[in-house]
Design a protein around this ligand. Structure first.
Ligand SMILES: C[S@@+](CC[C@H](N)C(=O)[O-])C[C@H]1O[C@@H](n2cnc3c(N)ncnc32)[C@H](O)[C@@H]1O
Length: 393
């Protein structure tokens, strides 16, 4: 299925994708995404004393929480860390969900960072955020700080701005892939009314403008609604769009919550040609309900197009989660064993099920790689990104 979808691309499109997900990108994604993150987690475990316990025993997450007097809310992120390290081959995990560390060599995060910044200095926009979040985990585990206080600390907003910025090679590929999807799936259309949900810092909007300029065609978009649930992000996003000084399309700002019906927030039924989002929709509390609400405001013949971190399979852990595990609204979503078995990011088959359940048809996806869902041994990274399209017919 995945190979077949990837085969739908023209040579020119494959060239564009190859430019976004280049060998350099994978090298950096592997080093910063797996090796560096793992070394930071081991360093954190060493600092707290967990590593010593893991070396000498086979504790479960429950035993670790009791021994170190962590708050109960630490369970999910601690288990995520233990499972991420075992996924990376650094911890042994038994059938009884107990963990053990038996490696002897020390991985030095600083050394890894020096190596990876030689390949790409802009990766610091990702690693700075990772360093900050990791440094706050002891406060979170002990209950001294709540997750949202850490994530939304006023003096740390610039870290987010840098992270979602298109200068950040570790993240910008998602904005570029999203823009690629829009350009591909709106080709030949014009006069479109586009609604972006969860627009955040405006990074995805900015990448879309760049794509349209690059294509050198008159813009197919005649009205752009940039929206987010957070007034702070609306302000930041507005600054990004204004600074582009680009006349690709007129835009307006709107505070919209995709957990609530959009028709109750002044978006008329059947009024939108394209609903667009980058790394936002996985946060929906009830994903099918949100997708149904989106379906309602799209015109017949219109589309939803969104780009997301994509799990290669539903149980695979993605690095970015150690940041988002701190957020209640990332974790506390409505789960469903068929449609949404885990919180947060989905794999493509589950996106497909949710889109179908919401009434979308002709669902297609383009991935970062045409490798199948197992890890590519050469780059050690398989599917990690998807731009997905569904149509209202
Ligand atoms: C990962 S960021 C998206 C990044 C964005 N595409 C960018 O380029 O900066 C997720 C965004 O979704 C927004 N969001 C989360 N829940 C939302 C909701 N229920 N309704 C609307 N926006 C939401 C957040 O405020 C945040 O700005």
């Amino acid at each position: 299925m995945i190979d077949k979808l990837q085969d739908n691309l023209t040579l020119e499109e494959k060239k564009i994708l190859g430019g976004i997900f280049s060998e350099k990108y994978y090298k950096v994604a592997y080093f910063s995404g797996i090796a560096y993150a793992s070394s930071l987690l081991l360093e954190l475990f060493e600092k707290i004393g967990i590593l010593e316990l893991l070396k000498n025993n086979y504790p479960s997450s429950k035993e670790i929480i009791e021994k170190f007097d962590f708050i109960l809310g630490a369970k999910y992120s601690l288990e995520w860390m233990l499972n991420f390290l075992s996924q990376a081959g650094l911890l042994e995990k038994t059938e009884a969900n107990k963990y053990h560390y038996n490696k002897t060599e020390n991985i030095n995060p600083q050394k890894l960072l020096e190596e990876v910044t030689k390949i790409d200095k802009n990766i610091v926009f990702s690693t700075n955020l990772m360093n900050y979040v990791i440094s706050e985990y002891p406060n979170f585990f002990s209950g001294r700080k709540k997750g949202f206080e850490i994530i939304f600390a006023a003096d740390k907003m610039s870290l987010w701005n840098d992270y979602f910025n298109n200068e950040n090679s570790g993240y910008s590929a998602y904005n570029s892939l999203g823009a690629f999807g829009v350009a591909k799936w709106v080709a030949g259309c014009n006069n479109l009314k586009l609604l972006e949900l969860g627009g955040g810092t405006g990074g995805a909007t900015s990448a879309l403008m760049d794509r349209l300029i690059k294509e050198n065609k008159s813009s197919p978009i005649s009205e752009y609604i940039f929206s987010d649930v957070s007034p702070i992000f609306l302000r930041i996003g507005n600054r990004t769009i204004m600074s582009k000084n680009c006349d690709c399309f007129p835009y307006l700002l709107k505070r919209l919550d995709f957990d609530k019906p959009l028709v109750e927030q002044e978006i008329a039924e059947n009024s939108i040609d394209i609903v667009y989002a980058v790394n936002a929709l996985h946060a929906a509390r009830n994903l099918v309900d949100s997708l149904k609400n989106i379906h309602k405001v799209i015109k017949r013949g219109g589309k939803i197009i969104f780009c997301e971190y994509c799990r290669p399979n539903i149980n695979h852990l993605l690095l970015q989660e150690f940041i988002f595990c701190l957020l209640d609204n990332y974790m506390n979503v409505d789960l469903d064993c068929r449609l949404r078995p885990v919180p947060g990011f989905l794999d493509f088959p589950h996106w497909e099920l949710n889109l179908e359940a919401a009434g979308f048809k002709n669902i297609e996806a383009i991935f970062n790689t045409d490798a199948d869902s197992s890890l590519d041994p050469k780059i050690k990274v398989g599917i990690i990104a998807a731009v997905i399209k569904g149509e209202k017919i």
